[in-house]
Design a protein around this ligand. Sequence first.
Ligand code: X2X
Length: 363
Amino acid sequence: MERLDLAMLLITITPAIHAGPLMQGYAMTTTRHVTRVAAALTGAAVLSFSLFTQARELSVSTVLSDAFPWGQAAEKWADLVEERTDGELTLRVYPNSQLVSGDQTREFSAMRSGLIDAAVGSTINWSPQVPELNLFSLPFFMPDEAAVDAVTGGKAGEMVFAAIESRDVIPLAWGENGFRQLSNSQGPIDEPADLEGLKIRVVGSPLFQDTFDALGADPTQMSWADAKPALTSGAVDGQENPLSVFDVARIDQVGQAHLTLWNYMNDPLIFAVNRQVWDSLDGAQQEILRQTAIEAGKWEIAMTREQESERLAAIQERGVEVTELSDAQLETFVEATRGVHDDWVSQIGEALVEAAQGDIEAR
Ligand code: X2X
């Protein structure tokens, strides 16, 4: 439509440009003619520029770049949107929390206020503003991938989306950072006593502080941007992140020689858009934005899960000692963190926790 308009415009301007010298024919007027041509061309350029810039670009924030599945999810979304809208709507992905100066816990507020149009973000990073999202960070609450899918696709997932929407952000789809595993530089960890006094970098969410306090560790909250330098310098002994993050960020290279697989929480991602931005789009654009987010999310979840075993193999090949827990060993961690679970239920909302339990049992 816009391209057609531009073509019409050029057809209108072009004869005027050519007609000039034919009608006049004086050297004197040639200069004026050149000026006129230049003006016409500039006019065309300005007009074509403004016509083409009617295409709308939305900013999308992510914490991790497209070296990671998380960033790839956002890029996939952008590709699909560009394709389906013929470039009428484009998404520009800004990785590394750069739109919030590296402070990933401000991403939700920035999106809510409109500083950021959209984001593919972690439930952990948004939980300071949306307490319901702490559901996913309850220690040992999600036993397996099927449980995660049952919650995100079930009654609890709807309640979580409603909680986000009530805060002026429109949630569109789920993705996945993955089950978070524990690494450290000091030695194998197969019971809470092994964590005693270890400085562990945790994300900026109070629930993580409580979980690691309960386990006897010495947790310290910091952004992802600060985590790798802190591991490198030895300011912290350990960290927790999904295998894909450990693998791509080469956490083994900063002294993290021990990795415990404990699946203590799953970190879903959510594709979302600022409400005013959403309301400014027409129905067809909204539909495309939602559908493409769902597709990109499904694609990324499947990819992340498929890659888990090769990532683990690659990590082991680099010499990282991997500890798998027996049921009895796992139970010692579950026991130690039971109080955290109980303390946080009221902040998350009893009805939501119950709905999630129901979704999990029915999986
Ligand atoms: O900061 C982290 O550990 C990360 C990258 O996993 C999140 O943003 C939750």
